[in-house]
Design a protein around this ligand. Structure first.
Ligand code: AHG
Ligand code: MN
Ligand code: MN
Ligand code: MN
Length: 334
């Protein structure tokens, strides 16, 4: 069968056997994310017609005003995982603290925790621009049979067993990795099925797109300012093209397909950058490395950072390997 006819469900089943000692738990988990993605997609598509745009009225633990779709997506993804009882814990950008998942018959027997940015790119909801979802999966480190603790969530990104994102865009896509490369699936909305459309995705080694919120330029570290000037220089293959959507998942996706670099550096206003290590940077870094790209904070590999807080922020540079290394060289020099 050619890959074009393969559904995400079939792909998950086939690849389950690639895992030694697999019990099917991770497959069920990806399946519940697939289901919640379809539900959220349906609602995002109706934004503008139903009362789902605008602020929900609360401020989340990040200090951001929660949008109605932030709350909706958060509820749907969490419910999908709790109802199926296939994880032992969840933490989310929109939750103050982690959630312990259990039922009497399970007695804390599940082994995976999920970390999620339920709606990425909130500022784009009301203007019909792509938004996304980002997720990350780890095996718990505390003993099976006991409630999960914060420790289970504060693992370095290199210990992820799966990560992915969904983009609710011109078409809706689910892209994920379980540590064996990166595959992308496109939703056929007529029948509600994801099909394998982008097998074995890889970042080109080089690219000509740079993505950064240049409004913050004056507040950036010297190395980043110099690198941006380098991107703008008139040379053989430069200036590069500037593209910034403001939805990490969408900016990343474009750069992975076309070749490019995404940067959210620290600034005077955000001394640790803005993006969240657990919900945004680690999953994207895992996908980037699986797609032969690179992700760092300018000096250190993102996946090597030992987190200390659930909502920790970190500067983020990610994309085509040669571009990220060039930006790192500027960081080192200036
Ligand atoms: P979220 O909507 O989940 O809070 O994430 C927004 C993030 C990320 O998606 C995006 O790249 C970045 O914030 C945009 O920030 P600026 O508006 O500061 O550029
Ligand atoms: Mn947010
Ligand atoms: Mn986000
Ligand atoms: Mn979000």
């Amino acid at each position: 069968m050619s890959y074009q006819h393969k559904t995400l469900g079939e792909f998950i089943n086939e690849n389950q056997h690639a895992f030694k000692y697999s019990t099917g738990e991770l497959s069920s988990l990806i399946n519940s994310i697939r289901l919640a993605a379809k539900v959220v997609n349906h609602e995002v598509n109706k934004a503008g017609l139903v009362d789902i745009t605008g602020a929900a009225g609360d401020v989340n633990v990040q200090g951001e005003s929660q949008q109605k779709l932030d709350v909706y997506a958060n509820d749907k993804f969490i419910q999908a995982m709790i109802n199926r009882n296939i994880v032992c814990g969840i933490t989310s950008e929109e939750e103050d603290d982690f959630i312990i998942v259990n039922s009497k018959d399970k007695n804390h027997q599940n082994k995976y925790v999920v970390l999620i940015d339920p709606l990425d790119g909130s500022s784009n909801i009301d203007v019909n621009v792509s938004v996304g979802t980002i997720f990350s999966v780890y095996r718990r480190i505390t003993p099976i049979g006991t409630p999960v603790t914060k420790e289970d969530f504060l693992q370095a990104g290199k210990h992820q067993v799966a990560a992915g994102y969904i983009i609710y865009g011109t078409s809706t896509m689910l892209v994920y990795t379980t540590g064996h490369g990166v595959n992308g699936f496109t939703l056929n909305p007529a029948i509600g099925t994801f099909y394998l459309s982008h097998p074995d995705m890889e970042f080109p080694k080089d690219g000509n797109i740079y993505s950064v919120n240049e409004g913050n330029y004056l507040e950036f570290p010297e190395g980043i300012k110099k690198y941006i000037k380098y991107c703008q220089q008139i040379e053989e293959d430069r200036p590069y093209t500037s593209r910034y959507i403001g939805s990490l998942a969408s900016d990343f996706h474009r750069n992975m397909i076309k070749g490019g670099i995404y940067m959210y550096p620290k600034s005077t206003k955000n001394p640790n950058g803005k993006l969240r290590l657990l919900y945004e940077c680690n999953p994207m870094a895992f996908i980037a490395e699986q797609a032969k790209g690179k992700a760092s904070d300018g000096y250190t590999r993102i996946l090597d950072i030992n987190p200390t807080e659930l909502h920790q922020r970190v500067p983020f540079i990610c994309g085509s390997i040669n571009m990220v290394e060039k930006a790192e060289a500027f960081m080192k020099e200036f």
